[in-house]
Design a binder for this molecule. Structure first.
Ligand SMILES: [Zn+2]
Length: 185
């Protein structure tokens, strides 16, 4: 069990970063660039059997997040400019850390909201409303009209707290070490 978890974690850092920031469709391009240097966008398009514009669009999105970098060179024979791409694999730990940080913040916000407000639910599971929303609807479900019940959100809060503790551990492990050295230098 821990071995499998570790293996999939090892595999998925890059995949996690790419799919969270750009989308799963960008993973094949990163896979293709991995272990190579200065790859022409035409080669990527050809090898992955994609349209050049599609490849460029994905590369620009990856570039926005610093996941790739490029070098623009004039082709001496054809006379036009070609971009050569590299995967910034050293960025992956920093980007992963940022993603986890954002997730943790969202969970904290949700827990705060759960702790602050009482929620009302339709027992037929049509909807869930805050106290203010429920009051506006006279405590009746907007879908089916039955009276809304006060929700016991103890389980939700417990679940969120567990996820937060888990994510804090992950975040501690994911903390990029090199960045700290550079920042203090
Ligand atoms: Zn309902």
């Amino acid at each position: 069990m821990p071995k499998l978890a570790q293996m999939s974690k090892e595999l998925s850092d890059v995949q996690l970063v790419v799919s969270e920031l750009v989308g799963e469709h960008a993973i094949p391009i990163i896979d293709f660039l991995t272990g190579k240097e200065k790859i022409s966008e035409f080669i990527i398009a050809e090898e992955l059997e994609m349209e050049i514009n599609e490849v460029r669009n994905i590369l620009y999105l990856l570039l926005e997040h610093n996941i790739v970098r490029f070098l623009r060179k004039k082709d001496r024979i054809k006379g036009w400019y070609i971009c050569y791409w590299d995967f910034n694999d050293h960025m992956v730990p920093h980007l992963k850390f940022k993603i986890l940080e954002n997730k943790l913040e969202n969970l904290h916000n949700r827990l705060t909201a759960e702790s602050a407000g009482q929620y009302y639910i339709c027992t037929r599971a049509c909807m869930r409303a805050t106290f203010d929303e429920a009051m506006e609807m006279n405590f009746k479900c907007a879908e089916c009209g039955i009276i809304l019940q006060e929700q016991d959100n103890t389980r939700t809060k417990e679940f969120l707290s567990e996820r937060i503790a888990e994510l804090e551990k992950q975040l501690n492990k994911a903390k990029p070490k090199k960045r700290k050295v550079k920042a203090s230098a």
